[in-house]
Ligand binder design. Sequence first.
Ligand code: SAM
Length: 412
Amino acid sequence: MEKNLDRDEMLELIGGSVRGEAFRRATFAGATRGAPCEWVRVVVRAIELRGERHFQFAYQGAKKAVTKNFLDDEVEAPLDELVGYGFAGVHITTGAEEIDIRTSRKGQVHVGRHKLKGATEAPEPESHNRVKDVPLPEGKADALLEIMGIATPDGRVRPTMRAKFNQINEFLKQLRHVLDDAKLNDLGRDVTILDCGCGSSYLTLAAHHYLNDVLKVPSRVVGVDVNEDVIRKSVERADRLGAGNLVFECRRIGTVDVAADIVFALHACDTATDDAIAQAVRSEARLLLSVPCCHHDLNKVIRADGPAEVLRPVLRHGILLQRTADLITDAFRALALRIMGYRTDVVEFVATEHTPRNLMIRAVRTREAASGVTDSAHVAEYIELKRFWRVTPYIEKVLGEPFQQLVKATAL
Ligand SMILES: C[S@@+](CC[C@H](N)C(=O)[O-])C[C@H]1O[C@@H](n2cnc3c(N)ncnc32)[C@H](O)[C@@H]1O
């Protein structure tokens, strides 16, 4: 597909593609027509370091070369700076398509998009002017969006933050969808929300605003992260917002003493998602919304042995092994939640992304796990799945004694 874009549409396309989950690599090269620039070419890659997605910026100049890595939460400023140089050529590769953007000397922007074989059609990005029925509409809650770095002072979503803006809105939509089921509207006290692996707290702050100011559900929000820098940044943002009932703690998930009614985990790395699920179950949270991130635990141990021998043609390919491990990990999580008394489903979270990380595990507590009773059919499925794969998933280890006892007692 070939077409011409205006400058804002171009910035939105670059920002949305680079920050999107399916992003692989972008090359910025050619003449620069923006801010003064010492680089001839800059290559941005999505890489994984210590189990977390990073963006690696490789700057190539006439006399020097520099490489810097940024976390998702940190990429906003360097990406803004990079697009500000105004390179004439930008080539982006995602899991779904190749995008080639050329800017002429007269400032005309031409874009060519070629879908990769096997990928489904990538939807057009939302126009930033369109008013939609979303929890955080553009042009409203300006102070919040501005302080989070998502919108400009005049209320327009920054092109490079469009993907984050959409992601938060989709998350809050899911929250709205199950909030009534969780019967949290008339507790007679503030609702407590725990955001596990909160990062720079985009979701934490947005949820605080959405519940307290929009839905008028008085809520206290606690953000937890192991990274001191993001916690410092989150505290600064909350202070600037002047929002009360917001707490941040630099701790590991699972070590926080909070009786949470709602637990969030948005892309908490690897087994941190399981730690968040266990925290929700332990505190008998009524609601859990978890979007898993990278999965490594089962990937290391599943084999085409025993009953799974028939899957040898699948598991011999690294990418298929990874995807199989992802699916099994999330199936174990959902099943464990059902066993512990949660009505659980797995839904597509960000429909507009081509990514294996767009699933949400949505769980509403319907029964006291402490009652010692659970559905024997779920337990039978769980045991059978373990037997088939010959594994003990991390979720079982972290749910510990109460879960293991329940499974054992029900299976007898
Ligand atoms: C990919 S970021 C997601 C941040 C945020 N939820 C978002 O989506 O914008 C994952 C965050 O989880 C944090 N994290 C990973 N493992 C953790 C653990 N065991 N306990 C607390 N935080 C953890 C990391 O420091 C990082 O900030």
